[in-house]
Design a protein around this ligand. Structure first.
Ligand code: TXE
Length: 484
């Protein structure tokens, strides 16, 4: 049992106050390779004791050297970190592919995005400004944007590097210190990143990482009275618990809770241009993407034609171990395979328009067949629930109003796309569809780190990415000076 990678850090340790330490209670958790189901190592099982130590270290660090650095100096550290990530992109991609099971190319894109977050927030660190406010005669009034203090970051397993980049990157740029709790199913790149941050010159204690179970380390972090802000990406159920814990300490919380995102295809759409986006947005990372497009809403007049086109693309999908770098890898875990298989069973009464061919796969791997259902009523469980697997449903509509009603007819509102050549329709739909990001004649826009991202409804609240995230990681102070 060994990790077949040259790791330059010990995954059974936490990083606290700049030191690699074994968890206080000495626990470990098994590390599985999703591509084979084999146990390949052990990771640290941090608990409340380690969270206490990490929060204390972050509290001390926020009053130390970190507090005295100028915004430009903070930015330079992030830029150096971005450079170190760039130098290690291929190693980080291999670590992530092994840990998460995503095809190597997709893991590499995540590592490149992590470097971009460091660059973006490094460059933005000294560009966040307050305002002067015209007020009564004899006053000068201005606002200061100050860091919250110690920020908690609970990260899921689907895109560890991207989510750490957007969350920790923005928090550091604005002068906060961080305690990061990566997911028990995928924590290796969080540890790798923290080690690179140390090498980039981030002062000890500014970024602490405690791997562990959600119910142990995660719950201890969210309830900790020493935390001043919490940022969470994960399921709605856990998000509610995180928000309840934050409410008890009266601290702000940013929640990103996934979605049931539609792509809406009108009869005047360029179907050839849309096709790769329609399918890729459903199967990327084996469908385990918060902004996955799991609903394809299509105008009835082009429904059958589009279905045939999508079915041909599904038939060509290649599935296999992460390191084979095909189109689709395994799911993250046996638990996730159970969840997705349960949804496939619920679709037993539906028409399967396409199902990818599985071929010969390692026995213990967590594979499920990418599946496209058609003739799905919009109130069916498969059209309502976040499946978080490579499963898409196609739903026909007759006019714009009906498309809007179906698009907005779930609890979620994360992203949506509109495929149409009609400019006025694009604008109307962009206004009417409930989602934090709307794409017109594309899906995802390449995932730009610059683009504010977050949900409406049960997809969560607060915005990550771009400059907008920096407002969320600061608190505003108004200074009113009377000078006569
Ligand atoms: O999520 P959890 P799970 C959705 C997706 C998936 C489902 C279950 O639908 O099928 O959630 O996945 C930590 N206090 N998404 O069980 O439990 C946990 O350790 C504090 C959507 O993995 O939400 C991990 O770090 N933290 C999503 C993180 O929360 C706790 C990404 C996510 O785990 C905790 C992942 C607790 N009590 C899943 N319990 C997205 N928005 O992209 C768990 N955690």
């Amino acid at each position: 049992m060994s990790i077949d990678l040259p790791l330059w850090f010990d995954p059974a340790k936490c990083l606290i106050g700049g030191h690699w330490v074994a968890p206080a209670q000495g626990g470990t958790l098994p590390l599985y390779d999703p591509s084979t189901g084999a146990q390949i190592g052990e990771i640290a099982r941090g608990t409340g004791d380690d969270i206490d130590a990490a929060v204390s270290a972050a509290e001390a660090a926020r009053h130390g050297e970190w507090a005295r650095l100028s915004a430009a100096e903070r930015g330079r550290i992030l830029l150096r970190l971005g450079q170190l990530v760039t130098e290690r992109v291929d190693e980080l991609a291999r670590i992530e592919a092994l840990d998460v099971g995503k095809p190597l190319k997709q893991a590499r894109a995540d590592a490149v995005a992590l470097a971009r977050y460091c660059e973006f927030y490094g460059g933005a660190a000294d560009k966040l400004m307050g305002e002067t406010i015209p007020y009564l005669d004899g006053y000068t009034v201005y606002t200061l944007r100050e860091p919250h203090g110690v920020t908690g970051h609970i990260v899921p397993w689907n895109y560890p590097m991207q989510i750490i980049g957007r969350s920790v990157g923005a928090a550091l740029a604005t002068g906060n210190t961080c305690v990061l709790k990566p997911a028990e199913d995928a924590c290796l790149t969080a540890l790798a990143f923290a080690d690179l941050a140390k090498a980039a010159g981030l002062p000890d204690g500014v970024l602490n990482v405690v791997p562990g179970l959600g119910a142990e380390a995660g719950a201890a972090l969210t309830a900790h009275p020493g935390i001043h802000h919490i940022s969470f990406t994960g399921s709605v159920g856990t998000g509610v618990m995180v928000q309840e814990a934050a409410a008890k300490n009266v601290i702000p919380v940013t929640l990103e809770l996934g979605g049931k995102s539609p792509q809406i295809v009108f009869d005047d759409a360029d179907l050839d241009a849309a096709l790769p986006f329609l399918v890729n947005a459903g199967i990327q990372n084996c469908g385990q993407t918060c902004s996955a497009s799991s609903r394809i809403l299509v105008h009835r007049s082009v429904h059958d034609r589009l279905l045939d086109m999508m079915a041909a693309r599904y038939a060509a999908l290649r599935i296999g171990p992460a390191m084979d770098d095909l189109d689709v890898g395994p799911l993250i875990s046996a638990k996730q395979k159970g969840i997705v298989s349960g949804y496939l069973d619920q679709g037993a009464d539906l028409e399967i328009a396409a199902q990818a061919h599985m071929g010969a796969l390692p026995d213990g791997g967590y594979y499920v067949p990418p599946t496209l259902f058609s003739g799905v009523k919009s109130d069916h469980a498969l059209a309502q629930s976040e499946i978080f697997g490579p499963v898409q449903v196609v739903i026909p509509f007759d006019d714009e109003d009906q498309a809007v009603a179906i698009a907005n007819g779930t609890d979620y509102g994360l992203v949506a796309s509109i495929w149409s050549q009609n400019g006025a329709r694009q604008m109307r739909m962009a206004r009417k569809v409930r989602a934090g990001q709307i794409f017109i004649n594309n899906y995802g826009a390449g995932g730009g780190v610059e683009l504010p991202f977050g949900g409406m409804g049960k997809s969560g609240h607060g915005r990550e990415k771009g400059f907008e995230a920096m407002y969320g990681f600061t608190t505003l102070k108004t200074v009113a000076a009377f000078h006569g």
